[in-house]
Design a protein around this ligand. Sequence first.
Ligand code: BG6
Length: 508
Amino acid sequence: MERPLLRLHDEDDRRLPRIAPPCSLVIFGITGDLARKKLLPAIYDLVNRGLLNPAFALTGFARRDWDNGDFEDFVRQAIEKHARTEFNERTWRQLADGLRFVSGSFDDPEGYRRLAETVAELDRSRGTGGNHAFYLSIPPAYFPVVCERLAESGLNARQGKEWRRVIIEKPFGHDLESAQELSEVVGRVFDESDVFRIDHYLGKETVQNLFAMRFANAMFEPLWNANYVDHVQITMAEEIGIGTRAGYYDGIGAARDIIQNHLLQLLALTAMEEPVRLTQSELRAEKEKVLSAVRLPEDLSTSTARGQYAAGWQGGMEVKGFLDEDGIDEHSHTETFAAIKVFVDTRRWAGVPFYLRSGKRLGKRVTEIAIVFKKSPHTPFENSDAGEAGQNVLVVRVQPDEGMTLRFGAKVPGTQMQVRDVTMDFGYGHAFTEDSPEAYERLILDALVGSAPLFPHQREVELSWKILDPVLNYWQSASAPEQYNPGSWGPESAHEMMARDGRAWRNP
Ligand code: BG6
């Protein structure tokens, strides 16, 4: 029986939190930024919230010449610095007793032999029950060798009711072909049902709230189509530059880093039909239908835009341009801003453009989905100022300031019939007393519980590359990306792309 993602009317489900069974989690790439800032804090927060079984163990695998004590210090520092919930010694002791470190390089068979011994020892001493998950927080170039070594050392083999799972981080390839190759490599060692591909945006509360908003209410869905919606804008903007991630980012860029995964997933959730139930297979089926209906306009020169941040000032600080960043090739064509327009060729969305954009060093850190409605076809006011009022907009604020805003016209107080746009707000922070868990808490827990609805299937990954590959090929043959000022909303070409359609980007 598939486990549903949300049971909106199930009282029991709300009262009884899901708790991971006894298990061992092995993280490859444990010394990396992601592990330090996101994974380790999330694991601690899960322990602190009582969501991991006391028989949980965590093993770090990396090249460093550390012993368990060094590893414990490293984990403790990461948690003290980045965990969401308060540090307390009792939780820490519970976690620390199950920490192990295995030193080895990704291709060294000896390291995997030691790893096999370590997880077997944990099964005995900690009671992890032969359930092992391997988290590959490493560049995809290492996937083949790690998977091969896991198989050679028998780490992927299970007995009886035990399970073995692999959790993989994006990027899942850099185009369709490489994504298929990667999938083949992983598929030789793990069953598809044991592969959990992380798109951390799906772990965000506000993204899951899209299900609640659309399918637990009666008032939105009737308007959610081409009869009423003029267009949709999906924005993921960051203030930060590439920081120390030149090695990862150069050659990848904003479209592969964000649009291929996070933004196309947001588009799929926004545009999909209501699944029969919120189970893995039903949800994936609906998302796949949307992704396979996505169409790029024919002329990519007018329906895409890209840019690189230039040197300048942002928030009172002087910042480097992308081409001056350490580790970036001074002739790099990698884009730090990307925008595309697509259509979803279904009855519901025929003719409605979806505009997607993402960039670094933009005006503000914000992720939002804006449903922009058509103008009222008629206003019955003589000498009215209704023209001043714009279009109704429903904004799903994914982050920060999580919530929703509805913009509509209201009468300005006074003797004239004057209409002006006002907003109505729902803020998570005001409406609920509980803090939202971090996306990685939810996703790590789901992977350990074996619940897959929030993890994209390989078919979704491939469909997303199919959408993006023509854009990437077109950009490869085009001239260098346009420069844009830090703190701005991207290159001129992105604004022109909207202006040509008689529209404008929202300036969140
Ligand atoms: C990651 C990207 O997937 O998401 C990063 O690789 C980006 O480039 C990050 O900075 C943003 O995540 P969030 O949760 O802060 O929006």
